[in-house]
Write a protein that binds this ligand. Structure first.
Ligand code: UD1
Ligand code: MG
Length: 461
């Protein structure tokens, strides 16, 4: 059975007061529209269709290959919006799943439940509802005395009696496609919601399809959500902050239930899709972003930011900023360290305070305790990088490489003027400025550094 999602994202979002289209505002680091796409993914079999209008180009650019975009111009309501998908979907799908792009907390499980309910429904549509004390301006679900759904009445058109109904239309529906296209042509224009007059141009309400089905003697099913939080819709930045908090709590809770200790969930910011191993402890004010993966048994934070970074098992990372880095097992970082793109710390590495590493590999067991910059370098196993060591990698035009062989000992305050190689087991004296390659097993000192002694030579008998 072919199931296609149609996500409505053409509305202006006036109340956000923003130059950024509403659906591109991030919730837990990810634009709202991406959450909507993630929610419908498991339940649908085809590439989703997104109806765009306000800020269309920016939304289209963000979506790229993830969706087929259809422009709605002018925007004449949710029914009119869905109608825009007819030309590309007619005859190509069995079910149409409709959601609104300003509801980032909708869960995939709920959407799957909606589709399953419709598959079992002989009638043409199933809708998602929720019971809530605060109606938040949502459409009210009118039921017959026997309990069957009769209509959705928008707040602006509701009678006093209807306003007191607590079952609300969430804004997620699953339709039989053939029926939907016909029904959309029958919807009558309603006065624009919220202003209560018919003098302005009206809207075509998708919600009117419910009464159309009932009038034709067809059954409308309602799936009642038991999770009020997932129905938070965003119209203002106040709602945006509510959604951010709710999603943060949801993400943190899932990690905790999976065996991660989060010492203070209120100050721990983990984006969706981050993987964290068991028995890792996350201290407050930690941000895990993008495609970050954290292994088991680590201690992360306090005060740590990791973006697109992979961390192995049993690492301790305190007050560090890491972007695009790879950290293997048993590595210690910080406090106050920075790993930039391309930093690769092998097993057992230690990077202490005020260390910066970029586009460099530090071999297993290498130590870099204090105040160092390592850029564009390949460093072997068990190297000691003394306090204040700097790879002078930039000559004003090019980034040049430094290589340090295994077991080398770089004295404090050494300047490695790249391109340059330090041989295995060699040493540099404190304050050396190394401008030429150093052979293995050699001690160099001074400015510019020169060899003064061979090291580690086999002793005579
Ligand atoms: C809608 C529902 C209401 C429900 C509420 C839940 C209708 C008529 N009403 O009201 O029953 O309780 O959502 O949040 O559907 N959009 C377009 N093109 C348009 C108009 C809207 O793409 O011409 C998009 C918007 O970008 C938005 C979504 O559709 O993502 C919903 O539109 P909105 O104006 O927010 O509807 P509500 O008044 O909230
Ligand atoms: Mg809305």
């Amino acid at each position: 059975m072919k199931i296609t999602a149609v996500i409505l994202a053409a509305g202006q979002g006036t109340r956000m007061n923003s130059d950024l289209p509403k659906v591109l505002h991030p919730v837990c680091g990810v634009p709202m529209i991406a959450h909507s796409l993630a929610a419908v993914k498991a339940a649908s079999s085809e590439t989703p269709v997104v109806i765009i209008g306000h800020g269309a180009e920016a939304v289209r650019e963000f979506l790229g290959e993830k969706a087929r975009c259809v422009i709605q111009d002018p925007q004449l309501g949710t029914g009119h919006a869905v109608q825009q998908a007819e030309s590309i979907l007619r005859g190509k799908t069995d079910l149409v799943l409709v959601t609104y792009a300003d509801m980032p907390l909708l869960r995939p499980e709920t959407i799957e439940g909606l589709v399953e309910t419709q598959k079992a429904n002989k009638g043409p549509l199933t809708m998602l509802t929720v019971s809530a004390a605060d109606p938040r301006g949502f459409g009210r679900v009118v039921r017959a005395p026997g309990g069957s759904v009769q209509a959705i009445i928008e707040e602006a058109a509701a009678t006093e009696e209807q306003l007191s109904i607590h079952e609300l239309n969430v804004g997620a529906y699953c339709f039989s496609a053939d029926w939907l296209w016909e029904a959309l042509h029958k919807i009558k224009v309603s006065p624009r919601a919220g202003n209560g007059t018919t003098t302005q141009k009206g809207e075509y309400y998708l919600t009117d399809t419910v009464a159309l089905a009932v009038q034709a003697g067809l059954t409308v099913q309602a799936l009642v959500s038991d999770d009020l939080v997932e129905t938070i819709g965003i119209n203002t930045r106040v709602h945006l902050a509510e959604a951010e908090l709710a999603m943060r709590q949801r993400i943190n809770r899932a990690h905790m239930l999976a065996g991660v200790t989060i010492v203070d969930p209120a100050s721990t910011y983990i984006e969706p899709g981050i993987k964290i191993g068991r028995d890792t402890v996350i201290w407050p004010n930690t941000y895990l972003r993008g495609k970050t993966v954290i292994g088991e048994g680590c201690v992360i934070g306090p005060n740590t930011i990791a973006e697109d970074t992979t961390v192995g098992d049993c690492c301790e990372i305190l007050a560090a900023v890491m972007e695009g880095a790879v950290v293997e097992d048993n590595v210690g970082i910080g406090p106050f360290a920075r790993l930039r793109k391309g930093a690769h710390l092998c097993k057992g590495v230690h990077v202490g305070n005020f260390g910066e590493v970029k586009d460099s590999t530090l071999g297993p067991g290498t130590k870099m305790g204090h105040f160092s910059y390592i850029g564009n370098a390949i460093i072997g196993e068990d190297v000691n990088i003394g306090a204040g060591t700097v790879t002078c990698n930039y000559d004003g035009v090019h980034k040049n490489q430094t290589e340090i062989g295994e077991g080398a000992f770089i004295g404090s305050d050494t300047m490695l003027v790249a391109p340059v190689k330090i041989g295995a087991r060699s040493r540099t004296g404190a304050g050396a400025v190394v401008t030429k390659d150093v052979e293995p097993d050699t001690l160099v000192v001074g400015v510019p550094a020169r060899p003064i002694k061979k090291l580690n030579e086999a002793k005579d008998d």
